[in-house]
Design a protein around this ligand. Structure first.
Ligand code: SF4
Ligand code: SF4
Length: 502
């Protein structure tokens, strides 16, 4: 995609829709409702009913938001970053920007994002965030503050690109999405003067840019940067070089800034970038993010089935923690941290290094371990997406109608009656187990199959006739991941409660 004129349909050229998306306030159309919802969640989290299943702050983000993310990523793309409420004050912060420097070089990678994802999942389990409207409200506030401060202090959108766990999740799995930003015509980009998609067209004082000079030496085409202009790409992507959805928040600022209308939101074969050579940088941080995130999906789901209690009890006993007289919650935090650290970081990292080393030995190629891991990593996207989709899909389907009585009760609590009706709490129960099982089966088998296909295409490209040797170790890891998640989903899933250690 994007070598010459764009070859796929462009959503920005669709009548009405294209105009709305390119409109200067087009993103605001999505962000304002999301911001109002976020404020409502904070309000209900602090003032509403303390029971998780009856409070908007716990139901909406932990059940509906996560399920809708999966649907949006699969059918369209990173719509939730596009409508992200946390970036609304960010835009204000940008205008007030202290014109600070760039984010520290040490952190301009995905290591911080891996750590933040890990801690979010760990804290979610340890503090049972799903059951606390009050804590969930604080998490939302922390997001607003974090986005505002980082945006005000640093010149790029450091929060989205390097820090935000939700954005990182969306970046990774938007690589399976059917939409991608690209340049309509590479030749136009080559002669483009201002590169506004990256630099923006906002200027405190009007600046005239000369696009072409005639034979008489006089300007024949100009355009102006002024206060009506828009910011360039916050995550510093340069449209003619974009080959992947990684780091793209789908904000469409590039399309609004480009004076040549040369940015396309192209429809592409879903996941096509996973098999395209050079679509991803071959970096340790990026590759391990993708692989660890798939394992985090397994560990996260494992935290919801009965065997986790027995495992945690045996770890606590064998480490002698139960004899120290500490509170159960403290012991739970230590043991849970160990389970998460081993299962979602130590295990995938050591398996990855081991598999890369074995692959290099049996294929006898000169590729470095980093190059092998960097090339193979995209194969972990479909299985990871399937694991998370099956997990979040479970909550989404089981709790889908539960939002209705919660909203109803919220209105009643604030003096708004709906024709004298009372909330129907039965709507939150009776999940259709056949539908849930079917969705999980489709997500997991589809993810596993997708991963094997991507792996086979990558191995053929890298190793040619030695394709089978090149992919066998990785295929075994994918198979183990699949069997593990099938085993986990064979148990009844429940929100894990506090553990009382013996
Ligand atoms: S501003 Fe438009 S024409 Fe210029 S480089 Fe960016 S996408 Fe290409
Ligand atoms: S390339 Fe940058 S400016 Fe364009 S939609 Fe993606 S994040 Fe926004």
């Amino acid at each position: 995609m994007n070598a010459k004129a764009v070859e796929y349909p462009d959503l920005l050229r669709v009548p009405v829709l294209g105009r709305v998306l390119r409109w200067k306030y087009g993103r605001l159309v999505f962000q304002l409702p999301m911001t109002l919802i976020a404020l409502l969640l904070i309000y209900d989290g602090f003032t509403g009913r303390p029971i998780a299943s009856q409070n908007l702050a716990t139901i909406a983000p932990w059940v509906h938001y996560r399920g809708l993310i999966i649907v949006a990523l699969l059918l369209a793309g990173n719509l939730f970053c596009m409508g992200c409420p946390f970036t609304l004050p960010r835009t204000l912060a940008k205008r007030l920007s202290l014109r600070g420097g760039r984010f520290p070089r040490l952190f301009r990678n995905k290591w911080l994002a891996i750590g933040n994802l890990f801690f979010l999942f760990f804290l979610y389990e340890w503090f049972d965030l799903w059951s606390s409207p009050w804590l969930t409200a604080w998490v939302i506030i922390a997001y607003f503050v974090g986005a505002f401060v980082l945006e005000a202090v640093f010149s790029e959108s450091a929060f989205c690109k390097y820090v935000c766990p939700l954005g990182t999740f969306n970046f990774v799995y938007s690589t399976v999405s059917p939409l991608q930003i690209t340049a309509r015509d590479g030749d136009i980009c080559r002669t483009c003067v201002g590169k506004e998609c990256l630099n923006g067209s906002y200027a405190t004082q009007p600046v005239i840019l000369i696009d072409a000079i005639g034979v008489d030496g006089q300007p024949t085409q100009t355009h102006t940067h002024d206060q009506n202009g828009v910011l360039g790409c916050g995550t510093e992507l340069f449209v003619p070089q974009i080959k992947s959805n990684l780091d793209c928040t789908l904000c469409l600022d590039c399309a609004r800034a480009c004076p040549h209308q040369n940015v396309a939101l192209a429809i592409r074969p879903p996941g096509s970038e996973l098999v395209r050579e050079n679509a991803w940088a071959k970096r340790w941080d990026l590759a391990l993010l993708v692989i660890c995130l798939a394992f985090m999906g397994v560990v996260n789901a494992f935290g919801m089935i009965p065997p986790v209690y027995a495992l945690m009890q045996s770890i606590a006993t064998s480490l002698g923690l139960t004899g120290l007289g500490w509170e159960d919650h403290t012991i739970e935090g230590i043991v849970l941290f160990l389970v998460f650290a081993i299962g979602s970081l130590a295990l995938p990292i050591s398996l990855t290094l081991g598999a890369a080393w074995i692959t290099r030995q049996i294929t006898r190629t000169k590729l470095s371990l980093r190059e092998i891991v960097g090339n193979i990593a995209p194969a972990f996207v479909p299985i990871g997406f399937g694991i998370w989709g099956a997990h979040y899909g479970f909550h989404f389907i089981t709790g889908f109608f539960g939002i209705i009585p919660v909203v109803h009760q919220f209105l009643l609590d604030h003096g708004i009656t709906l024709f004298g009706l009372t909330p129907d709490w039965a709507l939150g129960g009776s999940p259709n187990e056949t539908v849930i099982g079917l969705v999980q089966l489709v997500m997991i088998s589809g993810g596993a199959l997708g991963s094997l296909i991507v792996l086979q295409r990558i191995a053929r490209r890298l190793y040619g006739r030695r394709m089978v040797e090149g992919m066998i170790t990785w295929a075994l890891i994918l198979l183990a991941l699949t069997l593990m998640i099938v085993w986990i989903f064979s148990y009844p899933m429940e929100m894990r409660g506090s553990i009382l250690f013996d």
